[in-house]
Design a binder for this molecule. Structure first.
Ligand code: FAD
Length: 318
C-alpha cells in the first residue's frame, strides 16, 4: 500500500488535534507516515502510533524554532524524496498553508488547500473543498506530481487505530534560504483557558446584537458552559468589543466546528464564508427575517439577553 506523509503540528511533543484528524484521513488513501520536527519530535511517536502512523520520521534542530518556515519545508522535501509518498497532508493553519505552498513549488506539484474531506480515487486522492463562501462543494485531485493537500481542522473525527509508529531519523540538509528570516522574539498570548478557535469542536459567537464589550461576558459564559471557543463578527470586532484574533469570516478565521452558535449575528455573506461548513448551526436573533436563519439547523427568534443566560443555566444543570 502507498505511503502518505502527514506533517505533524505539535507543541514540545504534544500533538495537536488537527494532526490526529489528518491521520484518520490519511488511512483512507494509504499508510500514514508522520513527519515530526523540532524539540519534542520523538515524544510525538506514541500518540501518532495510537492513531495509525506506521512510521514516524523525526528531526530536531534549533533552526525549526529560530527561523520561519523554510527549515520545515526543507525537511518535508527530504521526507518526500525518502518516501515517495502518494500524497502529503498538512493541517490548514496559516503556517501549514505556507509550508504546503512552498513545498508544492519546490517539488513541482499541484496543491489543494483547505480541503474538508478526502477520499481515495482511481487516479489519486480526491479532495472536497467548500468554495465561494461555501455556496458550492467541489471535488478535485492534483494532476501533477505528488499531491500536497492542506486540510481544515474538524474535517474528520479522530479515530484510534494502533500501528507500529516506528521512530526513524530523517536526514535533513538545510537550504541556503533556511536561515533567511530569523525569529527575534515571541510574545505568548494570554491564555483564556478556552480551546483554539479554529480547532474547537464548539464555537459560540457574538455580533453587533451583543451591543457592547461589557456584554460579551454572556457569550463567554455560554461558551464556557459548553467548553467552547468564542468567536465574533466583524461588526463586533470593528466596534472594539472583542479581539480581531476571534473574528470569524472572510477577513477573519475560518471555522468548521461540530456546533456553531451565532448570537446577534445577521449572517452576512462575509461572515458565512468563515462558518458555513460547521456541522450544526444554531442562531439566536430577534429578527425572524435575518439571513442567518436561511442556513441554520436550529433557530431561536428572540432577544439574546433573554435567551443566552437561560441557555447557559440550562446547560450547566446537565
Ligand atoms: P449586523 O449585520 O448589524 O447584525 C446584527 C444582528 O443582530 C441583526 O440581525 C439583529 O437582528 C441582531 N440583534 C440585534 N440585537 C439583538 C438582540 N438583543 N438579540 C438578538 N439579536 C439581536 N463580517 C464578518 O463577520 N467577518 C468577516 O470576516 C467579514 N469580512 C468582511 C470583508 C469585507 C471585504 C466586507 C466588505 C465585509 C466583511 N464583513 C465581515 C462584514 C459583513 O459584511 C457584516 O457587516 C458583518 O458580518 C455584520 O456583523 P453582524 O452580523 O454582527 O452585524
Amino acid at each position: 500500500m502507498a505511503e502518505v506523509l502527514v506533517y505533524v503540528d505539535h507543541v514540545d511533543g504534544a500533538v495537536r488535534k488537527p494532526t490526529l484528524e489528518l491521520l484518520t484521513l490519511a488511512r483512507r488513501i494509504g499508510e500514514p507516515v508522520a513527519v515530526a520536527l523540532g524539540a519534542g519530535a520523538e515524544s510525538t511517536a506514541a500518540a501518532l502510533a495510537e492513531h495509525g502512523a506506521t512510521r514516524v520520521l523525526t528531526h530536531d534542530a534549533s533552526e525549526y524554532a529560530d527561523y520561519l518556515v523554510v527549515p520545515k519545508v526543507d525537511a518535508l522535501q527530504a521526507a518526500v524524496a525518502a518516501v515517495s509518498p502518494a500524497a502529503v497532508l498538512v493541517p490548514s493553519s496559516a503556517e501549514g498553508k505556507e509550508i504546503a505552498a512552498r513545498l508544492a513549488l519546490r517539488i513541482g506539484s499541484g496543491i489543494i488547500t483547505d480541503a474538508v474531506d478526502l477520499e481515495a480515487g482511481d487516479e489519486g486522492p480526491v479532495a472536497t473543498q467548500s468554495v465561494f463562501a461555501a455556496s458550492f462543494s467541489t471535488k478535485s485531485r492534483v494532476s501533477k506530481g505528488t499531491p500536497v493537500i492542506t486540510v481544515k481542522p474538524n474535517s474528520a473525527a479522530v479515530e484510534a487505530a494502533p500501528a507500529a509508529g516506528a521512530v526513524e531519523a530523517l536526514a535533513v540538509t538545510f537550504s541556503a534560504q533556511a536561515t533567511g528570516t530569523k525569529i527575534t522574539g515571541r510574545t505568548p498570548r494570554e491564555s483564556t483557558g478556552r480551546p483554539e478557535l479554529t480547532e474547537a469542536a464548539i464555537v459560540v459567537s457574538g455580533g453587533r446584537g451583543v451591543n457592547g464589550a461589557e456584554n460579551f461576558g454572556l457569550i463567554e459564559a455560554l461558551a464556557d458552559s459548553l467548553g467552547a471557543a468564542v468567536g465574533a463578527s466583524r461588526a463586533a470586532v470593528d466596534a472594539g468589543w472583542y479581539p480581531h484574533t476571534n473574528q470569524v469570516g472572510q477577513t477573519g478565521k475560518s471555522v468548521s466546528p461540530q456546533l456553531y452558535i451565532a448570537n446577534g449575528i445577521s449572517g452576512a455573506i462575509q461572515h458565512r464564508a468563515g462558518m458555513q461548513t460547521s456541522k450544526t448551526i444554531v442562531a439566536v436573533n430577534k429578527d425572524a427575517e435575518a439571513p442567518i436563519f436561511d442556513l441554520v439547523d436550529y433557530g431561536v427568534v428572540g432577544d439574546l439577553f433573554d435567551v443566552v443566560p437561560q441557555l447557559t443555566e440550562e446547560i450547566k444543570t446537565r
